[in-house]
Design a protein around this ligand. Structure first.
Ligand SMILES: Cc1cc2nc3c(=O)[nH]c(=O)nc-3n(C[C@H](O)[C@H](O)[C@H](O)COP(=O)(O)OP(=O)(O)OC[C@H]3O[C@@H](n4cnc5c(N)ncnc54)[C@H](O)[C@@H]3O)c2cc1C
Length: 365
């Protein structure tokens, strides 16, 4: 095993996962003067979702002044204030990433696939699958619905469960003639499925594209057959090529029959171009989110159906609560993380529960 790096060994906090939840937390901690090292298994991003509603107010409260300026400039201050239209996922990620890259208290390490975490009486540690190890006072898992950190925090309930349906996600151009006729997000029901459309706001406040999610309870057997769902667990989001052509053809026919314009053409074209991602939906109702020096946040702590529209908002609330608990305090981090759990657990459970009620009635499981 490679020796523990002197630099990294001094990190106040290690965060596993560098997507929206991990970056928001690193920035919120930095705003309180606390350094962190973010370990991300990819060398870019793994996109979850297409449309992210940014509440300018709660993000502004979590971020420090410099990060607020960078994120505001990147997303467009006018569009952040708007609050009713979501931004494209990639725009939100890029804004947070730019702010994190400019922050001296944040170190991002890519291609760091954490395979194990643990703690001693004095520090928490994370090990990557190539044998590197990081140590810190506190370790935070922002590693998503299949969190490895959650397995440590609550070994009795390690896995999120399949909600009984998939969401096909895409993004399409909005025909100019409709641009001034769209409101906020809209939902349309089909035979037993549903299309959610989210007009996306650009930096200059204009709306020229929309993200959409087609909630589909009809293909669970397929996802089991290809191994993406196994028992009550989701193993992965399948690649486009893993789904047979006849399924895409059937979805195109169904879109033609069910959805109205302007959405129909965009959805049909996306299926024709295979420019869609079918994500099996998971949920996790947490009993605990902290184990001494180690805690989870974001989807790792409270994976929820996108129907809540609140995954990012909840991750930002976690980031703010963690910064409040850990930042600027001389306390033992174990006490600080206990305060985080106390502040957030009931809110996390409430939001996931609302989503589960929807999922049960939608998918009938
Ligand atoms: C289909 C779908 C639609 C959604 N739509 C919306 C929406 O409209 N609005 C909204 O607010 N939210 C939405 N969400 C949820 C939202 O994207 C998340 O709640 C939010 O982004 C917080 O995610 P996260 O950063 O906690 O986890 P993730 O986005 O899952 O990120 C986890 C990160 O951890 C990394 N990672 C995982 N394991 C390891 C490891 N072992 N070592 C190192 N790194 C690791 C991953 O590569 C990834 O970068 C949607 C989610 C889905 C699935």
């Amino acid at each position: 095993m490679a020796p523990v790096s002197e630099d990294v060994a001094r990190a106040a906090t290690v965060i596993v996962g560098g997507s929206l939840g991990g970056l928001s937390t690193a920035l919120a901690l930095a705003a309180r003067g606390r350094a962190s090292t973010v370990l991300e298994r990819t060398s870019g991003r793994t996109q979850r979702g297409v449309a992210i509603l940014v509440s300018g107010a709660s993000l502004s409260r979590a971020l420090g002044e410099r990060a607020r300026e960078i994120v505001g400039a990147s997303l467009g201050s006018a569009s952040m204030r708007q609050g009713t239209y979501p931004h494209a996922w990639w725009d939100v990620y890029s804004a947070l990433r730019a702010a994190a890259d400019a922050e001296p208290l944040i170190t991002i390490v890519e291609n760091a696939h954490v395979s194990e975490v643990g703690q001693t009486g004095e520090y928490a540690w994370a090990r990557t699958d190539d044998g590197r190890e990081w140590r810190a006072e506190a370790l935070l898992g922002a590693d998503g619905y299949r969190s490895i950190v959650r397995r440590y925090v609550d070994a009795a309930r390690p896995a999120a469960t399949y909600a009984g349906y998939v969401v096909w996600l895409g993004q399409s151009d909005l025909p100019g003639s409709f641009a001034d006729r769209v409101g906020g997000p809209d939902f349309f029901t089909g035979a037993n499925d549903m299309l959610a459309v989210y007009p996306l706001i650009e930096r200059d406040g204009s709306v020229t594209r929309y993200g959409w999610g087609w909630f589909d309870p009809n293909h669970t057997a397929l996802f089991r057959r290809i191994g993406a769902v196994d028992g009550s667990e989701v193993k992965y989001t399948p690649r486009v090529g893993a789904i047979p052509d006849d399924i895409y053809d059937a979805m195109i026919r169904r879109a033609g029959a069910q959805w109205d314009e302007p959405w129909r053409s965009g959805v049909v074209q996306a299926f024709r171009d295979r420019d869609v991602v079918a994500t099996p939906i998971t949920e996790y109702l947490p009993d605990r989110v902290v184990n001494d020096r180690i805690a989870v946040l974001g989807d790792a702590a409270h994976a929820q159906t996108p129907m809540t529209g609140a995954g990012f908002e909840e991750a930002v609330a976690d980031a703010a609560a963690l910064a409040e608990a850990l930042g600027g305090s001389e306390d033992d981090v174990r006490d600080a993380l206990e305060r985080y759990e106390f502040a957030r657990l009931s809110g996390m459970r409430a939001r996931v529960s609302v989503g589960q009620s929807f999922s049960r009635s939608f998918a009938g499981v």
